[in-house]
Design a protein around this ligand. Structure first.
Ligand SMILES: NC(=O)c1ccc[n+]([C@@H]2O[C@H](COP(=O)([O-])OP(=O)(O)OC[C@H]3O[C@@H](n4cnc5c(N)ncnc54)[C@H](OP(=O)(O)O)[C@@H]3O)[C@@H](O)[C@H]2O)c1
Length: 358
């Protein structure tokens, strides 16, 4: 485990990449947090030296919190940061270089970037799904000799599917999953998709996204054998699309279970029940960012919808609807969640809360 000292006075935290889409969500989730206090904000050298309110292009509905607007943004270097936990919302290429430097300097890095998600000794964590993978930090420390650590959260599309699939995996087993995503533009960052490309349009390609969705869930649902993760034994096929929605990734998910193939069909009511009843350690511990129910199942024929459902339980719940039989596989459903909250900053904050409590 890492060297965070928990006095239950607040722990100093920093946000790396604080001026971006995910960085802003970190600030929203951390201001007034009972465990954490923001001590430092960093970004690129073009933002360094400016007060946060001048460095960022704020896109959230509420105003920039007073607690951060005058903080001077620093260059993203360990020597500029005095925090015990650093939340990383850096582009992956930068994260690959910088995150190990922070871990080496003694900080625990809770990262959103994809750079280390699939590394053998780095936990890829959804606290409701695989909290036991935090044990990998012992292996990480031995391998890397860091005083700090890196923990990661999954890609914003992976988490929306894996949360509802976890109770299915535990209760029925899974053989195959097909997933087709309809992903919001905020998922690409502020400068990600030009308006002329996406308005009145759909783009049926997101660079490297399908590979992430196909691999990450198997690591998350895999078993830690004391030295490495043995991935879950099923296949995932993903098709990823960008749509003209600001926030909220929607996904159509098709599932073949292990049990139903033996019994000649699946009980849809049982599928909905296990999703509805699903709760785990974050709920038991009452972690501040944990939703009361990680998965909400709705019965209306036309839900979930991003505009109506992305704010459910402060953006931390995944809403599922249209659970029904599938004529090719066993059953299918639609799921939707807030990509920059449950899919990014909120996920990372929940990871850090779990680490602190465990
Ligand atoms: N958006 C999502 O839904 C989502 C979901 C899950 C994971 N992620 C991941 O989270 C990370 C951030 O995504 P985002 O959407 O917030 O991107 P973004 O809006 O483009 O923000 C990028 C941030 O990184 C900083 N940055 C850029 N180049 C830098 C450099 N050379 N050194 C230090 N800082 C630098 C930027 O600072 P300046 O303002 O100074 O340029 C900005 O603060 C990415 O790795 C992304 O893949 C995003």
């Amino acid at each position: 485990m890492t060297s965070i000292s928990v006095t239950m006075e607040t722990i100093n935290v920093a946000v790396l990449g604080a001026t971006g889409m995910v960085g802003q969500r970190f600030i929203q989730g951390l201001v007034g947090h009972p465990f954490f206090e923001i001590s430092d904000l960093t970004a690129s050298s073009k933002s360094a030296g400016k007060p946060y309110s001048k460095a960022t292009r704020w896109y959230l509905d509420e105003h920039i919190p007073d607690e951060v607007k005058d903080i001077i943004v620093k260059d993203t270097k360990p020597e500029n940061v005095k925090a015990d936990i650093v939340f990383s919302a850096l582009p992956s290429g930068i994260a690959k270089v910088v995150e190990p430097e922070f871990a080496k300097s003694g900080a625990t890095v809770a990262s959103n970037a994809s750079a280390y998600r699939m590394a053998e000794d780095v936990p890829l964590l959804i606290p409701e799904v695989n909290p036991e993978h935090l044990e990998m930090l012992e292996v990480q420390r031995e391998n890397r000799g860091w005083d700090g650590a890196i923990i990661t959260n999954p890609n914003c599309s992976t988490v929306m599917a894996v949360l509802p699939l976890k109770p299915i995996y535990d209760n029925f087993g899974i053989e195959q999953v097909f997933v087709s995503t309809m992903q919001a533009v905020s998922g690409a960052g502020y400068a990600g998709v030009p308006s002329m490309a996406i308005l009145d349009n759909l783009i049926p390609f997101i660079n490297k996204e399908e590979e992430k969705v196909e691999m990450e869930g198997l690591k998350i649902l895999g078993e830690f054998d004391g030295s490495k993760i043995v991935p879950a034994d099923f296949t995932v096929s993903a098709s990823c699309n960008r749509v003209a929605v600001i926030d909220g990734h929607t996904e159509s998910v098709f599932v073949k279970t292990r049990d139903a193939s033996d019994r000649g069909g699946i009980d849809i009511r049982a599928v909905k029940r296990v999703m509805r009843e699903f709760k785990a350690i974050p709920q038991e511990l009452g972690l501040p960012t944990a939703p009361e129910n990680p998965v909400i199942v709705r019965e209306e024929a036309d839900r979930p919808q991003p505009r109506l459902d992305r704010g459910t339980q402060n953006g931390m719940a995944v809403t599922v609807g249209r659970v029904r039989e599938d004529p090719i596989l066993d059953f299918k459903f639609t799921c939707m969640g807030h990509n920059t909250i449950r899919g990014a900053a909120g996920a990372s904050i929940l990871n850090a809360e779990l680490l602190v409590k465990m």
